[in-house]
Design a protein around this ligand. Structure first.
Ligand SMILES: Cc1ncc(COP(=O)(O)O)c(C=O)c1O
Length: 412
């Protein structure tokens, strides 16, 4: 049942099995943070973990930490900690580089595994996915084609017989639509295509089952729902069945079978390590490790149940003010965000700014989407209620029409 009063929300918070997690995050007084789908909040344990890495592992132990503090293996040990969050085996995930770089590696590897030459992408995908596809296809003399994966055209676009790779976001960054990973992957496989999934908006937001869903490759960032900090290293998944043949283009010494032989010729490592390239940002890895240790204690079913309850509440309250949503009402098709569109043209950006001025932080995505992320580990039901109240007041009072709310920053 969707709560109908603020008191109902307080009661839900009192009974929330995830409530204690909130204390593990730094959350400024007076802020309702609905942008954890863009940059997750800071875990309290992170500064200490990073300081220890810098002062002890680096400052005191110096070069010995490559062995003694497990620096060399960090891409694998952190990958093994990401694995349960995405339904993968521990030896199928590595952490390193950024999402865009990992997309490039997986796309090229997948293209090289096929005798076809089309990458089918999603027309409205996050731009980096489109740009990286452009780069990878032009490098290999392949072509990019685009489709709306939520419309009826996907099956037809896959049936052309020339699609080597399908690249999709599991949850759409703008509207928050969750895609049927097992169903789409099965369809792509039936048509002879491999699938690369972008998990940026689904890891830590919805249950992800790469093994059960039959995925071939996946990539994702850790700075959103996983709280690893701005620009934190990304992860890369390759199904074990592809390890022996996957040939990724950024062949560096960390992906070599025997890096400390220092041989002149490249020989890829036997497992998922072949997707590594060079040295990784180990200070940032320490921050990621701290946040993954928080996530290791979270029950993902509880996270999903609370996320749906919170987005239900926010969607219902927004509808009451006459703001429409492009986020699916159906639970099975919804990620952990709500994307609202105000009927009056140009109103989205200033409404978000007016909310931020009141301490309710969401973001804006061109051309007209107001985006609000729901992060069950540190948000309370009462926060959702208060945010919806603030939205109602901002819209009904016309407060957002003040000129100062229309001034654009570099990041929206
Ligand atoms: C779906 C998706 N892919 C990729 C990225 C970002 O890529 P990178 O981590 O390389 O900046 C984002 C960032 O918001 C995203 O939403």
């Amino acid at each position: 049942m969707i709560p109908t009063t603020r008191e109902d929300c307080l009661a839900l918070d009192a009974a929330d099995p995830l409530a204690a997690f909130r204390e593990e995050f730094v959350l400024p007084e007076g802020v309702v943070y609905l942008d954890g789908n863009s940059l997750g909040a800071l875990p309290r344990s992170t500064p200490g973990r990073v300081a220890d890495m810098i002062e002890r592992e680096w400052g005191r132990d110096l070069i010995r930490s490559w062995n003694d503090a497990g620096w060399w293996d960090k891409p694998r040990t952190l990958g093994a900690k990401v694995a349960p969050l995405v339904g993968a085996a521990p030896d199928e995930v590595v952490v390193g580089d950024g999402t865009s770089a990992n997309l490039f590696k997986t796309l090229v590897a997948a293209l090289r595994m096929s005798d076809r030459s089309v990458v089918l992408g999603e027309a409205g995908n996050f731009p980096t996915d489109l740009y990286v596809t452009e780069g990878a296809t032009s490098l290999l003399g392949a072509t990019q084609r685009r489709v709306d994966p939520d419309g009826p055209g996907l099956a037809e676009a896959l049936a052309t017989g020339d699609v080597a790779v399908l690249l999709l976001s599991h949850v759409d960054y703008r509207g928050g639509t969750l895609r049927d990973m097992p169903g789409i992957t099965r369809l792509a496989h039936e048509h002879g295509a491999l699938v690369v999934w972008d998990l940026c908006h689904s890891v830590g937001a919805v249950p992800v089952d790469l093994s059960g869903g039959g995925a071939d490759f996946a990539v994702g960032c850790t700075y959103k729902y996983l709280n690893a900090g701005p620009g934190a290293p990304a992860f890369l998944y390759a199904a074990r069945r592809h390890h022996a043949v996957a040939d990724q283009p950024l062949s560096g010494w960390h992906g070599h079978a025997r890096p400390f032989d220092f041989t002149a010729d490249y020989e890829p490592a036997p497992g998922v390590s072949r997707f590594l390239s060079g040295s990784q940002p180990l200070v940032a890895d320490a921050a990621l490790e701290a946040s993954l240790d928080v996530w290791a204690r979270a029950d993902l079913d509880q996270v999903r149940a609370k996320s749906l309850a919170m987005t239900d509440l926010f969607l219902e309250r927004a509808a009451k003010v006459g703001i429409s949503s492009i986020t699916p009402a159906e639970h099975g098709r919804r990620g952990s965000q709500v994307a609202l569109v105000q009927p009056e043209e140009g109103a989205g950006y200033p409404i978000v700014q007016a909310l931020i001025a009141r301490g309710v932080i969401g973001d804006f995505r061109a051309p007209d989407v107001m985006r609000f992320g729901f992060t069950p580990l540190y948000l309370r039901y009462v926060d959702v209620w208060d945010a919806a109240e603030a939205l109602t007041e901002v819209v009904e009072s016309g407060e957002w029409r003040q000129e100062r709310f229309s001034r654009r920053g570099q990041v929206t």
